[in-house]
Ligand binder design. Structure first.
Ligand SMILES: [Zn+2]
Length: 627
């Protein structure tokens, strides 16, 4: 029996509803208050009011923070925790030591933190803290502030925390910082004392070691005083454009003459869980109105080598917005900003910071990815530290789909790269389950492939399992039901179950909580008295429904579908080929056979999963060719 790869013998099939060719139905814009999958769902609420003064000579800043914290949980809280992210940028911090001891360190970090001088390190210090007017005890532990409350916070109660803090912006190493590689003065992300999240699992005071984070939903009111030459872009709507100018006023309108060497920028951001900004005295600030009512802002250095790309990026970003609005659901804010800064690309509330000295395709690609995070991270705010595959993977899925369209890539399978990466990881022996905390992978590479590629395949392959149309409907319904909340993996799975009418617990369990792999193959194909008998075997542990395509010498095809018994359902026919639905394949049965009339001499090949959307770790046994 000859065993080869489908692609190597030049065969392909036309799919009826290729995910990249399917237009999703428009869903209603109505949200609902209660999360539909849990009658006991609740989430904490924060309202921040901050006034901050930045010294652009020594990159030190001071601030006051009034935080109104509402305990919507059924629990009485005796303790609260804040993140002090900038403390990570000090020699001997957990981020520093981890970077110097992991086998494959992030090159951007390496041992750079260990070499920072006192004037180059980052810090965030709390100088005073009061609860409802009374001073309280607090204790700084690395990047976490642990606060023992004077009075417990009762269920349903709101308390006020008043804080004075002081910070120093680190030399830019990872994401945040001053004077990045492209000369952007301030990449101000994760820069303020930020209340940690308390949810149904309890507190999440994760130390900042370099990876993902999450936050509490609420409203932000931020006043930022900075040298008047600096142009600021970030989270939130500017309240005083007539005092600021700097591209925030309609063309031709001049700002008021302001006294002094500084300007105070007043931003308001409703219903977000983070606040970030970037600033530079040489920023060009362009805006672009879009038909959906969202204004796009672009901030980039006045540098002749990048200007053309940054101009051309602007209409592409408008196309991305239209794509995501259609495929996921409407972006609810009136503003999104693409800001040059940081060390690659990172998503924040209503904005992203990306490096800008890139080729055009890369500039569009990174923007497409980070912008998609507005949905899969910001609005659908899963706990990224625990479910990193849900934000990075889902984002990669939708941004690959978007790039395929807006850049006219027209790849037959826009997710091919993700499948290759995942299959490489699965066969490498370095894979850990996706339930691994984002900071605690043995290898950075295993984290990266697991979160981005295996997470992307989770969705692309779900399209194989339930059908591409149901997948797209699931994504829209998931957004409608869980935007502005903290959905869990099970919430997504339940949405897919409701949309498809199929049972999918096995899919979530095996794919995300284990390193079980998929491997189906042909065991034997024989012909007797005009009947062809096909015997298949399940070699991997992970269950799957099976598509089998028969390719005849005359160019015709026959499609057989063996549903998985534990799914209790069947997908629609994805191919423009007549289908025979076979009896269910019960997972526990290691082999399965079916027969059909014909002669082997008329057949060019029989192929398991001709769409190659099933992440079979060994495709060499998926194609049978008669001798
Ligand atoms: Zn990402």
């Amino acid at each position: 029996m000859k065993r080869t790869f489908l692609t190597s013998i030049g065969l392909s099939v036309v799919m009826l509803s290729q995910v990249f060719a399917t237009t999703p139905r428009n869903s209603s814009e109505e949200g609902n208050e209660a999360a539909p999958n849990s009658t006991t769902y609740w989430q904490q609420h924060v309202d921040y009011k901050m006034e901050v003064e930045m010294n652009v000579k020594n990159f030190q800043y001071t601030g006051t923070q009034e935080l109104k914290y509402t305990n919507n949980s059924p629990d009485t809280l005796q303790t609260v925790f804040y993140h002090l992210f900038f403390n990570a940028f000090q020699p001997g911090s957990e981020m520093d030591v981890r970077s110097r001891t992991i086998a494959d360190p992030d090159k951007r970090v390496g041992d750079r933190i260990s070499k920072l001088s006192p004037s180059e390190i980052g810090y965030l210090k709390v100088n005073s803290l009061k609860q409802d007017g009374t001073a309280i005890q607090y204790n700084e532990e690395g990047t976490i502030l642990e606060v023992r409350l004077n009075k417990p916070i009762l269920p349903g109660q709101t308390v006020n925390f008043d804080m004075e803090f002081a910070g120093q912006v680190p030399q830019q190493i990872r994401r945040s910082g001053r004077n990045n590689a492209e000369g952007v003065a301030l990449s101000m992300t994760q820069w303020y004392p930020k209340m940690a999240e308390y949810d149904f699992e309890g507190w999440h005071p994760d130390p900042y070691i370099g990876r993902e984070f999450q936050g509490v939903w609420g409203d932000f009111d931020v006043k930022l005083t900075i040298d008047k030459d600096y142009v600021v872009g970030g989270t939130g709507y500017l309240q005083n454009p007539e005092e600021i100018g700097h591209g925030y006023l309609p063309a031709g309108k001049e700002p008021k003459k302001m006294k002094g060497k500084t300007l105070t920028w007043h931003f308001v951001a409703p219903k977000v869980h983070d606040f970030a900004w970037g600033a530079d005295p040489d920023f060009i600030h362009d805006t672009l109105e879009t038909p959906s009512g969202t204004t796009l802002h672009f901030f980039y250095k006045d540098n002749d080598e990048i200007k053309e790309n940054w101009k051309n990026l602007q209409p592409k970003t408008a196309e991305m917005l239209a794509f995501y609005n259609q495929y996921i659901g409407k972006y609810p804010y009136k503003q999104y900003s693409v800001i040059q800064g940081g060390d690659g690309g990172m998503e924040y509330a209503m904005c992203t910071l990306i490096t800008g000295e890139r080729k055009f395709g890369s500039l569009v690609g990174v923007t497409a990815h980070e912008f998609a995070h507005s949905w899969f991270q910001h609005l659908l705010a899963t706990n990224e530290s625990k479910h990193e595959w849900m934000d990075e993977g889902f984002t990669s899925f939708i941004s690959d789909l978007c790039m395929n369209k807006i850049m006219d890539e027209n790849k037959p399978n826009p997710f091919e790269g993700a499948y290759k990466n995942y299959i490489y990881l699965a066969n490498s022996g370095k894979e850990q389950p996706q339930t691994t905390h984002a900071d605690r992978y043995i290898y950075n590479q295993a984290y990266g492939i697991s979160a981005y590629s295996k997470g992307e395949v989770f969705l692309a392959q779900l399209g194989y399992v339930i059908g591409q149309d149901k997948l797209l409907e699931t994504i829209q319904r998931y957004y409608q039901d869980f935007k502005f909340k903290h959905p869990t993996p099970n919430d997504f799975k339940r949405t897919a179950e409701k949309v498809s009418g199929m049972q999918l617990d096995w899919y979530l369990t095996d794919w995300t909580k284990t390193t079980n792999t998929i491997d189906y193959g042909f065991k034997n194909v024989t012909e007797e008295d005009g009947t062809i008998k096909v015997e298949m075997e399940r070699i991997g542990l992970m269950p799957m429904p099976i598509d089998v395509m028969v390719f005849y010498n005359d160019g015709s095809m026959k499609y057989f579908y063996a549903p998985l018994r534990m799914m209790h359902g069947e997908k629609g026919n994805p191919f423009e080929v007549e289908r025979t639905v076979l009896p269910d394949w019960p997972w526990a049965f290691p082999t399965y056979d079916f027969s059909f009339e014909g002669k082997l001499s008329d057949i060019q090949a029989i192929v398991i999963d001709p769409s190659e959307l099933m992440a079979d770790v060994d495709r060499s046994n998926n194609t049978f060719q008669p001798e």
